[in-house]
Design a protein around this ligand. Structure first.
Ligand code: GLN
Length: 545
């Protein structure tokens, strides 16, 4: 085949058998291995939800809401893409059924279809294709990897598959398909079963698509016999069934794919030249993740969701990853444990359980449940000089705690919890109050990247090493500047400001090893190969506590 570097290429990643088995990590890992070979690769996530964005989805059901620089509230997979590739994701990289229909209907109302009958097919798949092309052009990507959420048998996924099929017909040499499928290993049988994957391939065939690769997920590595079987039954060529057993770390997956030459084979199918691979950073990371002499125990204090710790890990995936990145860099094993703040409310003596931890982190959150327990944990961290890191709500509540217990304002609160408090430390600006009055909840928070100027000499300044930073936000409430000077003077220092809007972004406690609250979400910018400076400083402080 002629090598043609000029034409953009597309790889669709779809799921079979069941979801949540690693399409996001697969897509991100494919991007990573192709990037190390010198290609400009971008990612798109197609979500089948009618929601316009993930901002209105419950994180305990859908997972974390990931925030892009531009303020997009997206599926957590965009976080994986950023972490594995360093590429910054924006609204162009996230497509939902809701966005697609909204645009088709908008065009219809504006007569942009010129009087045609507007139909689900072809207009909806065409809008999907248009969005894919826009993302490719915006990134000037050589290769665009499009992950389709859900699994191939689902009715809601059909229009995305139809868009993919059309693209293959239009650009036969420039489109490839990767099916991520699960091979169960039932305990009573003791061997991995390929049949569900065979059905998934046929279902995909029914949508007019032939997979080029199968990523064979499972608890164990697929053996040769089953690889051969899948190859033959699923119309594949030798070497295109890739074993993807559960790994110690998701960051081993690029290496796993590279070892099986998935990158080489994909480039061959797409007619792209084989450039040299640079896998050293991934190898270094992988070996660093495996050997530790010491560990750090971090309490993540928040409200506990009835659905369990598994759901919580998905809801706070970027926070967890950011803590891990920092710990790995510093050569310690991160142990993160969920601590239910409501237990402190029920039994105040249980606050002593926090003595088992080297550091305390309060992540973002909403609403009033469990808040008093969080405030108790913050008091504990402040008084016992345990390193404390408060993210967004964790910063707001640190201010509330300080106002109550140091400034003597015993009823101080955020108006999110107590709208009538006599000391509203955290308030709503008039625009946000209007949004709430008018019930305009979608994409109306303070979202995306904002600048922040640091006070030199502060711990945050020391961590970043620069004065001007930019971080991503997602919140409705703000620090009330009426209390700024008094709080600063009393010892909770204001060390980061957004000067444009005069908003408090970072507070730090004086005379404490590490007590930092940030109005933003630093976790979104942490990368396994370059951890976030504040997470590094926090973990470092925890190691010496
Ligand atoms: N609930 C708070 C607010 O809306 C904090 C949000 C968050 O932690 N992401 O301002």
């Amino acid at each position: 085949m002629d090598l043609d570097q000029q034409v953009p290429k597309f790889i669709f990643v779809v799921g079979g058998v069941m979801s949540s088995v690693g399409k996001g990590v697969t897509s991100a890992s494919i991007t990573a291995i192709l990037k190390t070979r010198g290609y400009n690769v971008t990612n798109i996530k197609c979500d089948m939800y009618v929601n316009i964005d993930a901002g209105t989805m419950r994180p305990t059901e859908h997972g974390e809401v990931f925030i892009g620089e531009d303020g997009i509230e997206a599926d957590q997979d965009l976080g994986n893409y950023e972490r594995f590739t360093g590429n910054k994701m924006t609204g162009a990289n996230y497509v939902t059924t809701g966005q697609v229909y909204q645009e088709v209907i908008r065009k219809e109302r504006n007569l942009e279809y010129g009087g045609e009958d507007v139909e689900v097919v072809p207009h909806v798949p065409e809008e999907i294709i248009r969005r894919i092309m826009v993302a490719q052009e915006k990134a000037e990507a050589d290769i665009t990897i499009i992950e389709i959420g859900g699994t191939v048998g689902e009715y809601q996924v059909l229009l995305f598959l139809e868009a993919a099929r059309i693209m293959k017909v239009r650009y036969p040499h420039d489109v490839a398909f990767v099916l991520v499928s699960y091979l169960p290993l039932p305990a009573h049988i003791g061997e991995m079963k390929t049949k569900p994957t065979q059905y998934a391939v046929r279902t995909l065939n029914g949508a007019g698509i032939q997979a080029n690769f199968i990523i064979a997920r499972g608890p164990e590595r697929l053996d040769q016999r089953r690889r051969d079987k899948l190859t033959e039954v699923c119309n594949l060529v030798e070497g295109t069934v890739i074993a993807a057993p559960d790994c110690d770390s998701i960051y081993d997956v690029p290496l796993l794919f590279h070892e099986q030459e998935l990158d080489v084979k994909l480039l061959e199918i797409l007619g792209l030249e084989l450039r040299e691979a640079h896998m050293e950073p991934w190898r270094d990371l992988s070996s660093r993740i495996k050997s530790f002499d010491k560990e750090i125990k971090i309490a993540v204090v928040g409200k506990y969701f009835a659905t369990g710790a598994f759901t919580l890990s998905d809801s706070y995936i970027s926070v967890i990853e950011a803590a891990k990145h920092a710990a790995w860099k510093l050569g310690v094993k991160p142990i993160l444990e969920w601590v239910d703040s409501e237990n402190f409310e029920k039994d105040p003596t249980s606050i002593e359980n926090l003595s088992a931890y080297d550091a305390i982190l309060v992540p973002g959150g909403f609403g009033s449940r469990g808040i008093e327990g969080i405030v108790m944990a913050i008091t504990y961290a402040r008084e016992h000089k345990v390193p404390y890191f408060g993210l967004c709500y964790g910063m707001q509540l640190a201010c509330v705690e300080f106002a109550r217990n140091i400034m003597g304002k015993s009823t101080a609160n955020t108006i999110e919890v107590d709208p009538n408090t006599s000391d509203p430390i955290i308030i709503l600006n008039p625009n946000q109050a209007k949004n709430i009055r008018e019930e305009k909840y979608g994409a109306t928070m303070r979202l995306g990247a904002y600048d922040c100027t640091l006070v030199s000499g502060s711990k945050s300044f020391e961590a970043y090493g620069i004065e001007d930073i930019s971080e991503r936000h997602r919140h409705r409430y703000e620090f009330n500047n009426v209390y700024k000077d008094a709080m600063h003077a009393a010892g909770l220092e204001i060390v980061g400001m957004n000067t444009e809007s005069d908003l408090v972004e970072i507070v730090e406690l004086k005379d404490h090893p590490f007590f930092v609250g940030v109005q933003f979400h630093p976790e979104f910018k942490s990368r396994p190969l370059s951890p976030h400076p504040l997470f590094l400083a926090f973990v470092q402080a925890g190691m010496s506590s």
